[in-house]
Design a protein around this ligand. Structure first.
Ligand code: NAD
Ligand code: USQ
Length: 403
């Protein structure tokens, strides 16, 4: 297949592009390197030293003989995006190219506006570009489990059948997102559903849980191919952060009681789920939704697993409970369905002790690059300012493009 990966320089996108290229598909990456700029803006860096994209692609080509085309530009620029789609003529487009950190979207008004413009406009542009130039192309869009929030009933995969006043219908599952970022994904989902309905586009919305890990078979071929591993308070996700904290004996930063329960998956399952979606496209006019995660854990359960795995490696791992900077339930019911991808062939990697060992070993390998000033949360949901003027974190927040 000809597959275009929007956001292919990022964490999930890079692993996916290499995996699909290794499987023999013809790949193109679209990216504007915004993610690397946000690191500069925040004064943070990935634990793993990532190479420039041009070098990554050259090394991949030297090692495998596979060329990955590159289109550098912003998906919110319609002329750029539509001409790239017209030139590459993809059978599937995988859309990762969004601002994906909830804390980033909660810094202040500018960051909230930027996040929603970047994400919603990018996705809208993509829908129009597909309609104009590649109407049969399958859109595989990364959504998030966080669109649903944490309702006190079971979470279905995208749609729920309800009876009301004696009548019955199947409707989109109610959304109760917990940040301006998560809200942007809800807006995307509605736009995608609508475009499928009115223009007959075909789409798969993958509501992904929290991803962990950094190693996939392909990025392990060469140090120059290594993927990013974020552990800062804005872009670092919880399990990756805990492993890095454990590696230097820093108490694990559990927010609040730690009963917050989420769906999790290994990055090796992310790339496989995308492959499954691409190989089994939605029908014209269909907007299907899969919940993309393999196991659910509370934050405190994750901390205890990291503590146990750390002890086996001789690390002293304490658990701290910090006041929760987010507005979220610290204890709640959570039972989310996730059988559709498994029915289609996903064989999950589970968060066994050995996997945690390998995550911890990566953190230990790069421990000289760990900066503990990136651990403490500074973005406060209750105090999302109108304009954040004071210095916060490690750098002044400035230079956000729009808004
Ligand atoms: P990432 O920040 O590492 O990668 C995103 C990539 O998109 C970056 O390379 C960035 O430069 C690019 N990008 C952003 N805006 C762009 C624009 N306007 N034009 C062109 N390129 C742009 O993020 P990730 O962790 O790889 O996440 C990818 C997708 O998966 C996101 O949509 C995210 O919401 C979703 N997701 C991620 C996780 C996770 O745990 N990482 C979990 C669930 C869902
Ligand atoms: N948390 C802690 N301590 C930390 C960091 C986080 O207790 O040091 C808690 C948070 O309060 C939250 C949970 O861990 O309750 C998950 O936080 P996270 O930062 O790991 O993940 P989240 O903000 O939800 O966002 C990440 C990705 C996002 C994706 C989402 C999937 O950054 O792109 O959409 O996971 S989901 O959580 O299913 O919405």
């Amino acid at each position: 297949m000809k597959i275009c990966v929007l956001g292919g320089d990022g964490y999930c996108g890079w692993a996916t592009a290499l995996y699909l290229s290794a499987k023999g598909h013809s790949l193109a990456i679209i990216d504007n390197f915004a993610r690397r700029q946000w690191d500069h803006e925040l004064g943070v860096q990935t634990l793993t030293p990532i190479a420039p994209l041009s070098e990554r692609l050259r090394v991949w080509q030297d090692l495998t003989g596979n060329t990955i085309d590159l289109y550098v530009g912003d998906v919110t620029d319609y002329e750029f995006l539509s001409s790239s789609i017209e030139a590459f003529e993809p059978d599937a487009v995988i859309h990762f190219a969004e601002q994906r950190a909830a804390p980033y979207s909660m810094i202040d008004r500018k960051h909230a506006v930027f996040t929603q413009v970047n994400n919603v406009v990018g996705t809208l542009n993509l829908l129009f570009a597909l309609r104009e130039f590649q109407p049969d192309c399958h859109l595989v869009k990364l959504g998030t489990m966080g669109e649903y929030g944490t309702p006190n009933i079971d979470i279905e995969e995208g749609y729920i059948t309800i009876e009301h006043n004696g009548r019955k219908d199947t409707v989109p599952y109610p959304k109760q997102p917990g940040s301006f970022y998560h809200l942007s994904k809800v807006h995307d989902s509605h736009n995608i559903m609508f475009a499928c309905k009115i223009w007959g586009l075909r789409a798969t919305d993958l509501n992904q849980g929290v991803v962990y890990g950094t190693m996939t078979d392909e990025v392990a071929y060469d140090e120059a191919l290594i993927n990013r591993f974020d552990y800062d308070e804005v872009f670092g996700t919880v399990l990756n952060r805990f492993c890095v904290q454990a590696a230097i004996g820093y108490p694990l930063t559990v927010y609040g009681k730690g009963g917050q329960t989420r769906g999790f998956l290994d990055i090796r399952d992310t790339v496989r789920c995308i492959e499954i979606a691409c190989l089994n496209p939605a029908e014209p006019g269909e907007c299907r939704v899969f919940n993309q995660f393999t196991e659910q854990f509370s934050v405190l359960e994750i901390a205890r697993l990291v503590q146990a795995a750390g002890r086996k490696l001789g690390l002293r791992v304490d658990i701290d409970h910090l006041p929760d900077p987010r507005v979220e339930f610290e204890q709640h019911y959570y039972n989310a369905k996730h059988s559709k991808l498994i029915d289609m062939g996903l064989e999950p990697h589970y968060l066994s002790d050995s996997l945690l060992d390998s995550l911890l070993n990566i953190a230990l390998k790069y421990r000289d690059r760990i900066d503990s000033s990136m651990f403490l949360p500074q973005v406060d949901w209750r105090n999302t300012s109108n304009e954040r003027r004071r210095q916060w974190g490690r750098a002044a927040v400035s230079g956000v493009g729009r808004g």
